[in-house]
Design a protein around this ligand. Structure first.
Ligand code: ARG
Ligand code: GLU
Length: 721
């Protein structure tokens, strides 16, 4: 009796659930949204059409989105070319304009008039004018059974033609990129502006609040934004920096909503995500979280611990190492989250189940079976084979990256290689260039810190890398120090010419041939040469051979998945730094038993984290004052000031600075991070715990208006109430 009731009930509940849970996974191509995506987006609450997002006949959302410097995203938010991006995206520009007297990182900066806006040589923004599918033309010379290299050169020849023949204006550029592992190709016509000026930034105590401790973590309280302006020639076209340039009059700019976000509201993010790997076979996921991530994390655990110890007791070292520490820690923390997230969501089992379904379906389809039989097994086998080599490669590259003396040695080797290639006649000029480039390196170098890092990392390297890969010269050198990393490091840091700029200058003061001969004598460069030789002789060739097979198989497996699993899954191409649309819902999540995170944070939370004078959690006096008086203007709600929120949009690195839009395509937030448990979304997206983190646009406006008093910027925006 009971059963008879329970069953229909369970089915009804399941049905309801399936209507409530939407597929928020996916980074979709903006020109291909009409159809399934549009239907789903509307089902989730979107009120505009796919043609309002991407349209080549009228201004649409995509015309307000730019790639910022090639590494972040920004969006146009006024008719006068004002753009919004993250504080951490503008960081380098802000730092370059900062001095001890005018420390914009410390104090923030607000251009009171257009003439105070600051130019940034080298910085550019790129608009997407048009995207065309050119797959057929790109692949027309590809024949079955071609080697990877022949295939690539056949394609490259066609891509050149495609780019040259593309319809475009004289000031526009073209680019063709592979999608779906090289099964499809798209042409991008773009417009790049090189006069991009700094307009405003909050102090780091707002824009970088919480710093490394809070990085990748929710709940978050960071006002991670800065503002720039695009300038164009008088004709509105791209032009190099000139005082006579005028603010860009954009094809489209984003209206800004003051309405805020409610739980389960539709949200959408447009931007330039960098790299994801969502279609790997199970062995590749294992390789990542069982071999590569742990190797890299282990190396960085040790390096960061040493550097942190010094930074905490020495102000000078803190200044020298703060930026390096932040960038090392950023990827380190992401990989840790990735391992954890895959484990917690049983990502490998999930992938194996997916493969079982794939095999079943493939077996049931005679035609596909002929075409794809064995592909998945071979691919998994290749990933098993590449494992020890790939792990060694990562140990090696982490060692060279984190032991700065080895980084310097690596650069020295490249410089000498360049001389060898270009001829000794170039030696003098190239030497000057090299020494100049090393100046900033040594400005932030401390040999004592580096020595201690080397002791730890040489030890990890010796234990982690199999003897046959490390090479005989390396073994010889280690043996001379009784395989004791400290003894080896002592020898190197006492005797090497790489420990200071002065010594390096003396090192390369000799004639070219003498320097080359010295490379195997100096204890520092000798070890680097030995490790490098071991790597080249024993690792890089097998890695690149295996990688060639993997690329080939991965491309076939991608196509196979799209054919075989077509009824089970919708396929979007992996991120490749091209414009994408992702959508989801504002919502919290439960990462572990008994823990649930809300989806909003408030200024009260900033005050809870406040540690006076701390370099991560200090709060500016003016902000404390505004909070005390609840002086939030039109930006607060019910006496509280919203700061950040999360949603289930599928994002990755490069999406920093991307706009979060509501159902009407109005700006509601600014993407800047992901939650820790969800960083595995790059290889294993899971809607239950993957969330992107955004600053509420009202917090941005509040800081510009009430904190900085820069009302001229608010006046040029289009606010929707
Ligand atoms: N985790 C974010 C990203 O991957 C923010 C990094 C900048 N912030 C920091 N505290 N390091 O880029
Ligand atoms: N902070 C990242 C960036 O700079 C975005 C966060 C992510 O990786 O999702 O692009």
């Amino acid at each position: 009796m009971l059963q008879r009731i329970v069953k229909p009930l369970a089915i009804a509940v399941l049905l309801l659930l399936s209507q409530l849970t939407y597929a928020t996974e996916g980074m979709w191509l903006p020109q291909l949204l009409s159809g399934l995506n549009e239907k789903e987006m509307k089902g989730m609450g979107m009120k505009i059409n796919a043609s309002d997002i991407y349209n080549i006949n009228k201004g649409s959302l995509k015309d307000a989105i730019v790639s910022f410097g090639g590494f972040c995203t920004a969006e146009v938010i006024s008719s006068q070319g004002l753009i919004l991006t993250n504080h951490h995206c503008g960081y380098e520009s802000i730092q370059k304009h900062s001095s001890l007297q005018n420390n914009f990182l410390q104090n923030g900066f607000w251009a009171k008039t257009a003439s105070e806006e600051l130019s940034n040589p080298g910085l550019f923004v790129t608009f997407i004018v048009r995207i065309d599918d050119v797959t057929k033309a790109a692949l027309q010379d590809v024949k079955p059974g071609m080697s990877e290299r022949d295939r690539q050169s056949a394609i490259d020849k066609r891509l050149n033609e495609i780019r040259q023949n593309a319809r475009k204006e004289s000031w526009q550029e073209t680019m063709v990129k592979p999608f779906y592992e090289g099964n499809q190709y798209f042409l991008f016509v773009t417009e790049t502006f090189n006069d991009v000026r700094l307009v405003g930034t909050p102090p780091s105590s707002i824009g970088k609040f919480g710093s490394d401790t809070d990085n990748w973590v929710w709940p978050r309280h960071t006002g991670d934004f800065s503002m720039f302006r695009i300038y164009a020639g008088k004709d509105g076209r791209p032009a190099p920096y000139s005082q006579d340039n005028v603010p860009l009059s954009p094809k489209y700019f984003l209206p800004i909503s003051l309405k805020g976000v409610k739980q389960n509201d539709f949200t959408m993010v447009l931007g330039f995500p960098g790299r994801t790997n969502e279609y790997l076979p199970s062995e590749a996921v294992k390789l990542t979280v069982e071999a590569l991530d742990p190797a890299k994390v282990g190396m960085r655990d040790a390096a960061l611990e040493v550097i942190d110890g010094y930074m905490r007791k020495d102000e000078q070292i803190k200044i020298q190492y703060a930026a390096k520490y932040a960038s090392t820690a950023n990827a380190w923390k992401k990989w840790k989250g990735e391992m954890l997230g895959v484990k917690q969501t049983r990502g490998i089992e999930k992938r194996e189940r997916y493969e079982a379904t794939y095999r079943e379906l493939l077996d049931a389809n005679a035609e596909q079976k002929v075409k794809y039989s064995g592909v998945l097994d071979s691919l998994n086998e290749m990933y098993r084979r590449i494992r020890p080599y790939a792990q060694t490669r990562d140990y090696y590259s982490e060692l060279v990256k984190n032991v700065e003396l080895f980084t310097a040695g690596d650069r020295l080797i490249s410089f000498l290689g360049e001389v060898r290639d270009k001829g000794e006649g170039q030696y003098e000029a190239l030497r000057q260039q090299f020494l100049e480039s090393m100046q900033s390196f040594y400005k932030n170098y401390n040999a004592q810190v580096d020595h201690d890092v080397a002791v730890k990392l040489l030890d990890i390297y010796a234990k982690g890398v199999p003897k046959q890969y490390a090479g005989t010269e390396y073994a010889q050198i280690c043996g001379e120090s009784n395989n004791d990393s400290r003894a080896l490091a002592d020898k190197i840091y006492n005797g090497s010419g790489l420990t200071s700029l002065e010594k390096l200058k003396a090192f390369v003061q000799q004639p070219y041939n003498a320097v080359v001969a010295q490379m195997w004598k100096d204890p520092g460069t000798r070890l680097i040469m030995a490790m490098r030789k071991g790597f080249v002789d024993n690792v890089s060739k097998p890695v690149s051979d295996l990688q060639n097979s993997i690329n080939n198989l991965q491309r076939t497996y991608m196509q196979a998945q799209m054919d075989v699993m077509a009824t089970k899954k919708r396929f979007y191409p992996d991120a490749n730094s091209t414009l994408r649309v992702t959508y989801g819902k504002a919502d919290g999540y439960s990462p572990r038993d008994a823990i649930h995170y809300d989806f909003y944070t408030y200024l009260d939370g900033v005050m809870e984290k406040y540690i006076p004078g701390d370099y991560e959690f200090d709060v500016p006096a003016k902000l404390i004052e505004l909070h005390k008086n609840k002086d939030y203007g039109r930006y607060g709600v019910n006496g509280r000031m919203p700061v950040c929120f999360i949603a289930s949009n599928h994002t990755t690195g490069g999406n920093s600075g991307s706009p979060a839009l509501d159902a009407y395509g109005h700006l509601i937030g600014l993407n800047f991070d992901r939650t820790w448990e969800g960083t595995m979304s790059d290889i294993n997206y899971d809607p239950s715990i993957c969330r992107n983190i955004m600053v509420d646009i009202r917090y941005v406006l509040f800081i510009v208006d009430k904190y900085a008093g820069c009302t001229r910027l608010i006046d040029e925006m289009k606010l929707v109430k």
